[in-house]
Design a protein around this ligand. Structure first.
Ligand SMILES: Cc1cc2nc3c(=O)[nH]c(=O)nc-3n(C[C@H](O)[C@H](O)[C@H](O)COP(=O)(O)OP(=O)(O)OC[C@H]3O[C@@H](n4cnc5c(N)ncnc54)[C@H](O)[C@@H]3O)c2cc1C
Length: 387
């Protein structure tokens, strides 16, 4: 696979070493898991736990947690991690990303005590993390959430429903956002760390999606958590959620880039082998036009993703506009690139288990989660108008 982008000036020697080690690890230590793993809920859970253990034992999960990463997120490393894992194994990318997103609020806004208690087991891959923001009637419009947390002496009592929660059912803890009512809407939300075995928290149902991973609806019924579980101050919840998404949104673009790169690679292999009308498919100009468009899309997406990551790492400022541009462009482009790869494969492209067929299913959710493409466009336009 083309890794020549590692020569770009965005990366240091450490980034290149990290990328090469992860590439080799993915080939040697993930290939026996394959994409034909057992897709039952229990099978998916076991596979994700095993991937987390392997990534943890090899030291790669330290990229997902601030302290283990040396005190600050290295966004280029996180993006390289997602891109490379996604190009080999969608579920491995999912596991890696959720160890980061599910602990992001603790890494960025948690107390020293919270970090010590929750982060080391996640870095080792022994505990799985989750981020519970969305609700059945509050996805894009986060501030309209109805899950409530009411103060009762030394505790808060949570009631409500969260849905689309990745790792729901296997997480050891959930960072849960709830309305605490300090002010109307976004200013009245708070974030809590809720251990999976807390009485009153239950998995209401598992949700099946076209590229299956552990996903669930959670119910909170008089779920009591101590004040020490608050992440940040009461009323900081929106800031905690958006500050975390600001970092991780760019990594969604990176994962899309990994999927797109794999699709281009698969397509290149196919067109030089496939004979049509007495010639290789690669010799037809219509094929070459497709390949050219795919290649330009991949490189342009990579430039936006690593521009955003480099800016955050070096300028040490928020990258709301750059992150939204990277996510929007990379996810939409990857969808197109993968569709072109399926087209180049002909009927083989839609056969279950073919790499391009798997990619076709895997890419779709990335245009939805962590802010849909429409929400990214709104953010970009707002930033442009502000400037
Ligand atoms: C596979 C998967 C995993 C997920 N994992 C998690 C997780 O771990 N934790 C978590 O908290 N959430 C998770 N989510 C939820 C995800 O973040 C939401 O699905 C997403 O934010 C969209 O919310 P919604 O589904 O309620 O859609 P809606 O908000 O109802 O949006 C529906 C449509 O309306 C559009 N729309 C909304 N507002 C506007 C507007 N102002 N102008 C124009 N169009 C608009 C949207 O772009 C979309 O096309 C996950 C979702 C999926 C699919």
């Amino acid at each position: 696979m083309d890794r020549s982008y590692l020569e770009w000036p965005f990366f240091t020697k450490e980034h290149v070493d990290f990328a090469r080690r992860l590439d080799a690890f993915s080939r040697d230590r993930l290939n026996d898991i394959g994409s034909d793993h057992d897709d039952s809920d229990a099978g998916l859970d076991r596979t994700c736990q095993e991937i987390a253990r392997r990534l943890g034992a090899a030291g790669f999960l330290s990229a997902c947690v601030v302290e283990a990463a040396g005190g600050a997120f290295d966004l280029r490393r996180l993006c390289l991690g997602r891109e490379i894992l996604a190009s080999h194994h969608g579920l491995a990318d999912f596991v890696f990303s959720m160890q980061g997103l599910g602990t992001g609020p603790i890494s960025l806004f948690g107390t020293e005590e919270q970090r010590k208690r929750y982060l080391p087991a996640v870095v080792r891959g022994e505990n799985i993390a989750a981020f519970a923001l969305s609700e059945p009637n509050a996805g894009s419009d986060v501030a309209s959430m109805t899950t409530k947390a009411v103060r009762d002496g030394t505790h808060y009592v949570l009631n409500g429903t969260k849905t689309w929660i990745s790792n729901g059912g296997i997480a050891a803890h959930y960072v849960v956002f709830a309305s605490t009512g300090e002010a109307p809407g976004a200013k009245g939300l708070s974030a809590f760390i809720v251990d999976a075995d807390t009485p009153g928290l239950k998995i209401a149902e598992r949700v099946r999606v076209i590229a299956p991973h552990p996903l669930a609806t959670l119910k909170f019924e008089d779920c009591r958590v101590p004040l020490s579980t608050l992440v940040g101050k009461p009323g900081d919840g929106f800031k905690v959620a958006m500050g975390t998404l600001d970092v991780f949104r760019t990594t969604v673009g990176a994962a899309a880039l990994g999927f797109a790169r794999r699709a281009l690679d698969e397509a290149l292999d196919r067109v030089v082998q496939r004979d049509v009308f007495g010639k290789k498919l690669s010799t037809f100009q219509l094929t070459q036009a497709k390949l050219a468009d795919m290649g330009v899309g991949v490189d342009a997406a990579a430039l936006l993703v690593y521009r955003a990551a480099w800016t955050r790492d070096t300028a040490k400022r928020r990258i709301t506009r750059e992150a939204s541009m990277a996510k929007l462009y990379a996810t939409e482009t990857a969808q197109t690139v993968i569709d072109m790869a399926v087209q180049l494969f002909g009927g083989m492209g839609v056969v279950s288990g073919q790499a391009v067929e798997t990619l076709y299913r895997e890419i779709r959710a990335l245009r939805l989660y962590e802010g849909t493409s429409e929400i990214q466009r709104l953010v970009i336009a707002r930033k442009l108008l502000e400037s």
